[in-house]
Design a protein around this ligand. Structure first.
Ligand code: IPD
Length: 277
């Protein structure tokens, strides 16, 4: 990896920490909420402010780089990943948590070159945990190496998932049917942190065996995907094929055995892709 990417990664860590401070301050005194696609798809001034802060500071240092940011896309920018170095940003992953002061929120920054992830930063800012990964260089939390769980038996596993913001009855029925199948395997537990990025960092940390969701966005999972794979885990589509970050479907697991067990139980569907113009 060229030194340039190391500089970029150092910058990502610094700006994620600064963003986390902003999020923590705002949590105390500014959680005014607005909605996006529906009454349960939330955004706050803090999401917008943090995304602007990150984009501006990166643009000053790396003027030729591109961005895919949750709030910029909501404001009408395109969501296409090209070969150009691209920062994929979720300023607050867990906006609903933030609005309710439910204590798991993350700043997520993924960095892609030639459509391949080069480094990743997820700052779980209320836990003060800085998760990082470099392609081929391992995954870390506050500098300590991460390793996924070695559990091979899904019945001795904890599985994380989320319910997302889709309230379309057909989709909700499929989500519950999948959840029922998985609970009745039986697994030892099901958990939801309320942020895709933190759920995936829990997989990377070996605390849960897998996380799956249909309905996530590329900015929710772009960074944490590298953290999972560098911690020894696997990524898979919910139908068992290769994961496609724009497809809004993901399984992140400690190993293929657990991922393939989930594939058998998930009733899949296909939300509108993130890169649909
Ligand atoms: C959401 C969170 C949530 C997941 C949704 C995401 P946001 O991201 O990660 O856990 O269920 O699918 O969109 O909107 O808080 O950045």
């Amino acid at each position: 990896m060229s030194d340039l990417w190391q500089n970029a990664m150092d910058h990502a860590v610094a700006i994620a920490r600064k963003s986390g401070e902003l999020v923590r301050e705002a949590l105390r005194d500014d959680r005014k909420v607005m909605t996006k696609s529906s009454s349960i798809d939330l955004v706050t001034k803090t999401d917008q402010k943090v995304e602007q802060l990150i984009i501006q500071s990166v643009r000053e240092k790396f003027p030729s780089h591109r961005f895919i940011g949750e709030e910029s896309v909501a404001a009408g920018e395109t969501c296409d990943l090209t070969d150009t170095p691209t920062w994929i940003i979720d300023p607050i992953d867990g906006t609903t948590n933030f609005v309710h002061a439910f204590p798991f929120v993350a700043v997520s920054i993924g960095f892609y070159v030639n459509k391949q992830s080069e480094f990743a930063v997820v700052f779980s800012c209320l836990e003060d945990k800085m998760f990082t990964a470099r392609r081929g260089g391992g995954a870390f939390c506050n500098g300590e190496p991460l390793q996924v769980s070695d559990q091979e038996d899904v019945r001795q596993s904890i599985i994380a998932t989320e319910f997302g913001s889709n309230r379309d009855v057909e989709a909700v029925d499929k989500i519950f049917s999948s959840l029922r199948n998985i609970l009745c395997l039986p697994v030892q537990g099901v958990r939801s942190a309320g942020t895709a990025a933190i759920n995936m960092c829990l997989v990377a940390s070996g605390c849960v065996e897998a996380y799956y969701e249909i309905g996530v966005h590329v900015w929710d999972v772009a960074a944490a995907s590298l953290i999972v794979s560098e911690a020894g885990g696997v990524l898979m589509d919910v139908d068992g094929g290769a994961v496609d970050l724009m497809s809004r479907r993901i399984i992140a697991a400690n190993n293929r055995t657990i991922a393939e067990n989930l594939v058998k139980e998930i009733e899949s569907f296909s939300p509108t892709r993130d890169d649909t113009p």
